[in-house]
Write a protein that binds this ligand. Structure first.
Ligand code: M6P
Ligand code: ZN
Length: 186
């Protein structure tokens, strides 16, 4: 007996299609507090899309032993000299890892361990990034086109946004003289 998978990935764009598929959007107004230059953020249209996330079979969230698959699309853009980026999170269950696989565009995966040591890996089509457990992760679009990446993570990992929302990462990825540079926060 053969069964047809209900979800498909378009490897040119990263777009998922089929069902069940959950989609969410983060706009400039959703990113309040995440950027250094709050005036620059306010000068942009509040409804400007920063990134979109598609999750296949999102109902599996919370299920022990399962896996989730999603695609994130980050628009190109800057808030002051900081790139459009995801909020970033630790996993609620700290001992859960994740894979990110770049499909289109160029960017940077910013990783911060629990001692607040921050580093980044450059992302380009085909690059595979393993996010170890106990590590906060955020992606910035450092290019001129949409950055799309697939993500696969344990269904019961959960998202902990608290630490990042209140203290941020210890370094910010900023465009300095045209180059993506991780600047440590004072
Ligand atoms: C990836 C996964 C998702 C995450 C999304 C956006 O697709 O890691 O779990 O929700 O990126 O990142 P964030 O939740 O930090 O905004
Ligand atoms: Zn994650």
């Amino acid at each position: 007996m053969t069964a047809q998978s209900k979800i498909k990935v378009d490897f040119a764009t990263g777009n998922l299609s089929g069902h069940p598929l959950e989609q969410s959007v983060r706009t400039i107004s959703d990113m309040k507090g995440y950027y250094l230059d709050e005036r620059a953020r306010q000068s942009l249209h509040p409804k400007q899309v920063v990134y979109r996330v598609q999750i296949a079979d999102a109902a599996r969230q919370g299920e022990e032993g399962g896996l989730l698959l999603g695609t994130t699309f980050i628009e190109p853009g800057l808030v002051g000299d900081e790139y459009f980026m995801t909020k970033g999170h630790f996993h609620r269950h700290r001992n859960r890892g994740e894979y990110y696989i770049t499909v289109a565009g160029t960017g940077a995966l910013i990783l911060m361990d629990e001692t607040r040591r921050t580093a980044f890996e450059t992302m380009s089509p085909g690059s595979v990034h393993y996010i170890p457990f106990n590590t906060a992760h955020r992606v910035a679009n450092t290019g001129e086109s949409v950055l799309a990446f697939l993500a696969c993570w344990p269904s019961d990992a959960g998202h902990d946004y608290e630490v990042i929302a209140s203290r941020g990462f210890s370094g910010r990825l900023r465009k300095i003289n045209g180059v993506a540079t991780l600047i440590e926060e004072p």
